[in-house]
Design a protein around this ligand. Structure first.
Ligand SMILES: C[S@@+](CC[C@H](N)C(=O)[O-])C[C@H]1O[C@@H](n2cnc3c(N)ncnc32)[C@H](O)[C@@H]1O
Ligand SMILES: O=c1cc(-c2ccc(O)c(O)c2)oc2c(O)c(O)ccc12
Length: 238
């Protein structure tokens, strides 16, 4: 995605109205955003991939979901500089634990000083690895099955369906998985030939495949929300 396209996309959100998106952020999101999260957003803003950071309005809903399920044991796939990881760590209880997975430790270390200063780094087990092998490793121990309260998936889109199959075993019944980017800049609703170049490719197809697969999955209750770049909330029902 080119920087110009990202900038244009991020300034309006899926609402495609800068004024409405700014109203939500300035009225309800920024005034309540914890200072450490503001700091992570600031240090991330200058990063070339800043667009990948979790949108603060989506983050606000995710924090609500964490509280609603009383999440204590969670998974994060795709950390980047740590915005969603920090919001999770600030939300779960003192003895809560997050298994946070990313192939890139370097970007995590951009946010880590802020996470440490917020006093929540003890809740985080950061694993520098491809996520799929970590999930398979977790499943080798029966005590991990059905033991996680919440998972946030925001990494390589091509693996989302593979992550879902593992998370359906790792999450407790009643546990929640949240998938990011499930509207892929709105292009999931655009005929392939009209999709702008920077949205084309395997990630978009993987999101289309995931959306179809989740819609057909009887194991989950589903809510597909037009927030940020689209997030899909799945609650395991059996
Ligand atoms: C969109 S960013 C995550 C944004 C993050 N949730 C936040 O709030 O800022 C995606 C991240 O997934 C990581 N990633 C990509 N492929 C991965 C894989 N196969 N396993 C683990 N992490 C991966 C990338 O290194 C990148 O940091
Ligand atoms: O342009 C993007 C690209 C990606 C992305 C693609 C392949 C990967 O392997 C990966 O880890 C991330 O993720 C995004 C994202 O998550 C956003 O929220 C906004 C934009 C993007």
């Amino acid at each position: 995605m080119t920087d110009k396209a990202k900038q244009a996309a991020s300034s309006k959100g899926l609402l495609q109205s800068e004024d409405l998106y700014r109203y939500i952020l300035e009225t309800s999101v920024y005034p309540r955003e914890p200072e450490p999260l503001k700091k992570i957003r600031d240090v991330t803003a200058d990063h070339p991939w800043a667009m990948m950071g979790t949108a603060p309005d989506a983050g606000q809903l995710m924090a609500m979901l964490l509280r609603l399920v009383n999440a204590k044991k969670t998974i994060e796939i795709g950390v980047f500089t740590g915005y969603s990881l920090l919001l999770t760590a600030l939300t779960i209880p003192e003895d809560g634990q997050i298994t946070a997975i990313d192939v890139n430790r370097e970007t995590y270390e951009i946010g880590l000083p802020i996470i440490k200063k917020a006093g929540v780094d003890h809740k985080i087990n950061f694993i520098e690895s491809e996520a799929l092998s970590v999930l398979d490793q977790l499943l080798k121990y029966s005590e991990n099955e059905g033991s996680f309260d919440y998972a946030f998936v925001d990494a390589d889109k091509d693996n989302y369906c593979n992550y879902h199959e593992r998370l359906m075993k790792l999450l407790k019944v009643g546990g929640i998985a949240v998938y990011d980017n499930t509207l892929w800049g709105g292009t999931v609703a655009v005929p392939e030939e009209q999709v702008p170049d920077h949205f084309r490719g395997s990630s978009r197809q993987a999101i289309l495949d995931l959306n179809r697969s989740l819609a057909d999955d009887p194991r989950v209750q589903l809510s597909h929300v037009a927030l940020g770049d689209g997030i899909t909330i799945c609650r395991r029902i059996f």
